[in-house]
Ligand binder design. Sequence first.
Ligand SMILES: NC(=O)c1ccc[n+]([C@@H]2O[C@H](COP(=O)([O-])OP(=O)(O)OC[C@H]3O[C@@H](n4cnc5c(N)ncnc54)[C@H](O)[C@@H]3O)[C@@H](O)[C@H]2O)c1
Length: 300
Amino acid sequence: MDRMSGKVAVITGGARGQGRAHAVRLAAEGAEIAITDACAQYPDVPYPMGTVDELAETVAAVEALGRRCLSFKADARDPAAMRAVMADTVAELGHIDTVVINHGITIPHTVEGPEAEDAIWDLIIDTNLSGVWRTARAAVPHLRDNGGSITVTASSAALTGLFNQAAYVSAKWGLIGMVKTLAAELAHYWIRANAVCPCAVATPLFLNPHHVRAFCGDDPTKTIEDMEWPATSLNLLPVPWIEPEAVASAVLYLASEEAKYVTGIALPVDAGTSIQPPGITPFVGTRLWELQQQVPSLGA
Ligand SMILES: NC(=O)c1ccc[n+]([C@@H]2O[C@H](COP(=O)([O-])OP(=O)(O)OC[C@H]3O[C@@H](n4cnc5c(N)ncnc54)[C@H](O)[C@@H]3O)[C@@H](O)[C@H]2O)c1
């Protein structure tokens, strides 16, 4: 319960979802916390983004554990805002030891879409790639004196491709190159830089009507429950998606002393999706076998 005792963690995208899970987990292990979130609705993002009220809920969850929690309505794309977040955190909490750059968005678009969709590409790259870079740059001057860690939330999409997600996938692949370079440039300060690569996670970014359509087609009667079967077929382990707390465990490990020699890695937390061999996964195979028992002619 004290793996982060005496440490201060800054977490972006902390209003809810994985960012909230990271804040709560690191606080439970003794860290003081500063969370940031844009708390704004970007054009074209097809689901509600984090809000000021949700940011306050994360603060309350951390404080309920007896830890301090600063909160900032700050957009990671804005370098001045991120410099202010880091400076205010040091002024209030004394130092920064770990930075979890977790914020992100997703918007579907295609390579054959209209030219207007170039704005989607720009927004996603600016948020999911450049915003991470700007946050890291703002943090480094405060990590230099005592060392520390930067953990970036990439995705299992950083290890493969995805339909209708070129900008998202490109940004996430870019993050892997970014953390490897940060690891190289910052090692002599004892600053480590790593990425976590989750598969689908049960947060509003994934569990929303847009993804129901992506998995189940344009049938308005389909619900999140209907996504479970097709989503499970993407993973080796028989789950459709994972809980944010599972990613928080990996973030905690990478931030903690236990990972003191771990830098420059991309750690999958992905139910095996990224190493899934081509062909039929065990889950799909089992379902087909069950169907075959019910309808023997399928096996003929
Ligand atoms: N949910 C998934 O299936 C999944 C899978 C793999 C990776 N990821 C990644 O995990 C991270 C966390 O996402 P989540 O699943 O918790 O989704 P989420 O939508 O619940 O949380 C993301 C938070 O980031 C905030 N945000 C977006 N742009 C911002 C910016 N420029 N500055 C500050 N805050 C900003 C949003 O307001 C939101 O509160 C993202 O980087 C996402 O790409 C998610």
